[in-house]
Design a binder for this molecule. Structure first.
Ligand SMILES: *Cc1c(COP(=O)(O)O)cnc(C)c1O
Length: 422
C-alpha cells in the first residue's frame, strides 16, 4: 500500500516527471460546434439581409425555438447569461436583499450586486448541491424582495419549496437556469418555474451562441418589461420609457444558437454515453463518487462531477494537480464558493458568511471533461488515471503537495482557449 507509488514507478504520473497521458489538453466545457455548413449558410444570410442585430429574423427564430424547448410563452434573447440575469432582476423590480446560493458561478451574485442589491447567501443541501430551502426561510428580513435559485449541474433546485416560501412572504422567485437548458424536473421543463428563468448560451454551455443568454417567462407583462430593459428602455424609435441597458443578441450569435440547437439530440446522446462511460470507469474507486442524475428527468449531463471523499488519502486538490499534469484540465467548480470571493468576503458580516456545507463541498467537487471534445477512449484513460492515483493514495499526495510548494512547474498545460470560464 505505502509503496504503491514506487511500484507504479514515479514516472507513471506526469506530475512526478513522467510523460503526460494526453498530448493535447482535454477541457471541461470545450465548445460543441454543431454543423459548420449550416452555420456558414446562416451567416451568409445575415450579410445578404444586412440586418445584423436589433431583433432580426434569426434572433426571432431562436427565441421561438428556445421558448418551445422550455415550454413557455416568452423568450427574450440576450447578449449573454449575466445580462439575462440583470435584466430579469430589473424587470422584477428587485431591490434591497435577495437570497441566493453561494455554490454557483460568481455571475449569479454579481448580477444582483451590479444592480445595487445585496446577495444574501443561504447554505446548500450537501446531497443535492442546491440551496437548502430551510436556510432560505431563516434569512428573510424586511429588506428581502426575492429569491434567486440556481439549478446546479442541470438538476433543478427545490422549486416547489422555494415557490411556497416566496408566496408566504410576498417575494419574487427567479431562477438562474444557466446549467439547465433542455432539462426537466418532476415532468415539468425548466423554464416555467418561478416568475422567470434565465439561460446562458456561453461557448462552454450545452447549447451555445458564442456568447448569449435568454430570459423565459409565462408572464406577459414581465416579458414586455424585459424587452424594454434589453433595448435601453425604448418602446418605439424615440420613445424611452425608463432606465434600460443594451442586452441585445446579435444575428450572428443567433445563427450559432440555432445551429447548436439543431444538434441538441446529438449533444445529449454524446453526453449520456460519456456519462455512462464515466460511471462504469469510476465504479468502485474508494473515495470517488460520481454525482448522479435522476433517470426520470430530462438531463443534458453537461457536467460530470465527482466528489472526492474528504477522508480519502488523496485530496481533491491532489487529484486536480495529478490530472492537470496529465493534460486533463478538470475544474474545481465552484471553489471556494462565492461567499469567499470579493466583494462579498469584505463587504458582508463574517457571521452571515458562515457556510459550512458549501465550504465542505467546495473542497470535494471536481468537474471532468465531457461533450463532443472527448471520446470514450479518453474517458477510459481519465478513469484509469483517477483509479491509479486514488490507489497510490497518501504517498502520492505527499509528493504532489511537496512539489506544489516547491518551484517546479506542475501543470503540463494551461487553458489556451478560455474554455470553462462559466
Ligand atoms: C455561465 C453561467 C452564468 C453566466 O452566463 P454568461 O453567459 O457566461 O454571462 C450565470 N450563472 C451560472 C450558474 C452560469 O453557469
Amino acid at each position: 500500500m505505502s509503496n504503491a507509488v514506487d511500484r507504479g514507478g514515479e514516472a507513471s504520473f506526469a506530475v512526478l516527471g513522467g510523460a503526460p497521458a494526453f498530448d493535447r489538453p482535454r477541457h471541461v466545457g470545450r465548445p460543441n460546434l454543431g454543423d459548420r455548413e449550416r452555420l456558414m449558410a446562416r451567416i451568409e444570410g445575415v450579410l445578404d439581409r444586412v440586418w445584423l442585430t436589433n431583433g432580426g429574423p434569426l434572433v426571432q427564430e431562436f427565441e421561438a425555438a428556445v421558448a418551445a424547448v422550455a415550454g413557455v410563452r416568452h423568450c427574450v434573447a440576450t447578449c449573454n447569461g449575466t445580462l439575462a440575469l440583470e435584466i430579469a432582476i430589473r424587470a422584477a423590480g428587485l431591490s434591497g436583499e435577495v437570497i441566493t446560493t453561494p455554490f454557483t458561478f460568481v455571475a449569479t451574485p454579481h448580477a444582483l450586486r451590479w444592480q445595487g442589491i445585496t446577495p444574501v447567501f443561504a447554505d446548500v443541501d450537501p446531497r443535492t448541491h442546491n440551496v437548502d430551502p430551510r436556510q432560505v426561510e431563516r434569512l428573510i428580513t424586511p429588506r428581502t424582495t426575492g429569491i434567486l435559485g440556481v439549478h446546479l449541474w442541470g438538476r433543478a433546485c427545490p422549486v416547489d419549496e422555494l415557490a411556497a416560501i416566496a408566496d408566504r412572504h410576498g417575494l419574487t422567485l427567479l431562477l438562474d437556469a444557466s446549467h439547465a437548458f433542455g432539462c426537466s424536473s418532476g415532468g415539468r421543463m425548466v423554464g416555467g418555474f418561478g416568475t422567470a428563468e434565465t439561460f446562458s448560451f456561453h461557448a462552454t454551455k450545452f447549447v451555445n451562441s458564442f456568447e448569449g443568454g435568454a430570459i423565459v417567462t409565462d408572464d406577459d407583462a414581465f416579458a414586455e418589461r424585459a424587452r424594454l430593459v434589453r433595448n435601453f428602455g425604448f418602446a418605439d424609435y424615440d420613445q424611452v420609457q425608463g432606465l434600460g441597458t443594451n442586452g441585445k443578441m446579435s444575428e450572428v450569435a443567433a445563427a450559432m444558437g440555432l445551429t447548436s440547437l439543431e444538434s441538441r439530440d446529438h449533444f445529449v446522446a454524446v453526453n449520456h454515453e460519456n456519462y455512462a462511460a464515466y460511471r462504469a470507469g469510476l465504479a468502485g474507486i474508494p473515495g470517488i463518487e460520481l454525482v448522479p442524475y435522476r433517470d426520470e428527468d430530462l438531463t443534458t449531463r453537461q457536467y460530470v462531477v465527482v466528489e472526492v471523499d474528504g477522508s480519502a488519502d488523496l485530496t481533491r486538490d491532489d487529484l486536480y494537480r495529478v490530472l492537470w499534469a496529465e493534460n486533463v484540465l478538470a475544474r474545481r467548480y465552484f471553489h471556494p464558493g462565492c461567499h469567499r470571493m470579493e466583494p462579498y468576503r469584505s463587504e458582508q458580516d463574517p457571521e452571515r458568511l458562515r457556510m459550512p456545507e458549501t465550504d465542505r463541498l467546495a473542497t470535494r467537487t471536481l468537474t471532468l471533461p465531457t461533450g463532443t471534445g472527448v471520446d470514450l477512449a479518453d474517458i477510459a484513460m481519465v478513469c484509469d488515471l483517477v483509479r491509479r492515483a486514488m490507489a497510490a493514495g497518501r504517498p502520492l499526495g505527499e509528493l504532489v503537495r511537496a512539489q506544489a510548494a516547491g518551484s517546479r512547474p506542475v501543470l503540463a498545460a494551461v487553458p489556451d482557449d478560455g474554455a470553462g470560464t462559466g
